[in-house]
Design a protein around this ligand. Structure first.
Ligand SMILES: C[S@@+](CC[C@H](N)C(=O)[O-])C[C@H]1O[C@@H](n2cnc3c(N)ncnc32)[C@H](O)[C@@H]1O
Length: 226
């Protein structure tokens, strides 16, 4: 199944908004750290519902926001969720970013990067489009140390890349980006039932659920273009 087939279906069934609600718990903390200044051009890779771009416009005054997604239904929904003419959405693939060299101030990506067919090349593309000093904020919940995420591949037809923390930093550097920061952002908002309520449909023990959300949370790796 292609990215388009898989994620068009997610968009059509409302999962774009569901992801927005869940991802916002940690994404908002990472977005708040982005050094976006008034007027900056921002690119959201794998934008889903487009919430990140909307937030960067509203909170930081980004001048122009592009949300790129490989699923046309995702991009169409995202465009419907805003009337802001400075936030635009386009259909494209991480493999070839339709932007000129040094044309983007900051790139954001949440829970999307690991779907890239060739993630090393995608990093090169990001390094190419970023202006000197521009940043790439890469947030993922699916990564090697998060053992609770490993089974996700069974439920999705697109091959996912499961790097560990070191590999993220190494790959950023291979693409020519400096690594400015790497951090785990805990999800402190998801409700964790009391001990007596376990096992639940999704979790055998409370301990595992606490580890997944409060400890592992979202892995954020920040690259800076030289
Ligand atoms: C799990 S969703 C995350 C959406 C959003 N960033 C969020 O935080 O809710 C992943 C998104 O990346 C998009 N995507 C996956 N692979 C892609 C690729 N190779 N090129 C462009 N978009 C891709 C999907 O269509 C989907 O909308």
């Amino acid at each position: 199944m292609s990215v388009r087939e898989e994620f068009d279906e997610w968009a059509a069934s409302g999962r774009d908004r569901g992801m927005e609600d869940r991802h916002w718990h940690t994404a908002k903390h990472a977005l708040a750290r982005m050094p976006v200044e008034s007027g900056d051009v921002v690119l959201d890779l794998g934008c889903g519902s487009g919430y990140a771009g909307r937030a960067l416009r509203d909170t930081k005054g980004a001048g122009r926001v592009y949300g790129l997604d490989g699923a046309p239904e995702m991009a169409r929904n995202a465009a419907e969720y805003t009337e802001d003419p400075t936030v635009g959405f386009l259909v494209g693939d991480f493999d070839e970013l339709p932007f000129a060299d040094d044309s983007i101030d900051h790139v954001w990506s949440m829970e999307s990067f690991y779907y890239a067919a060739d993630p090393e090349h995608t990093l090169e593309e990001i390094a190419r489009v970023l202006r000197p000093g521009g940043t790439f904020y890469c947030a993922v919940n699916y990564y090697e140390e998060n053992v609770h995420s490993h089974e996700w591949q069974e439920f999705i037809s697109i091959e996912m890349t499961r790097w560990d923390r070191d590999r993220y930093r190494e790959a950023f550097r291979e693409a020519g980006l400096h690594v400015a920061e790497q951090d785990n952002i805990p999800d402190r908002e998801i409700t964790i039932p009391t001990e007596a309520e376990f096992p639940t449909d999704d979790w055998d023990t409370r301990e595992e659920m606490v580890e997944r959300y409060r400890e592992f949370g979202t892995l954020l790796t920040v690259g800076v273009a030289p």
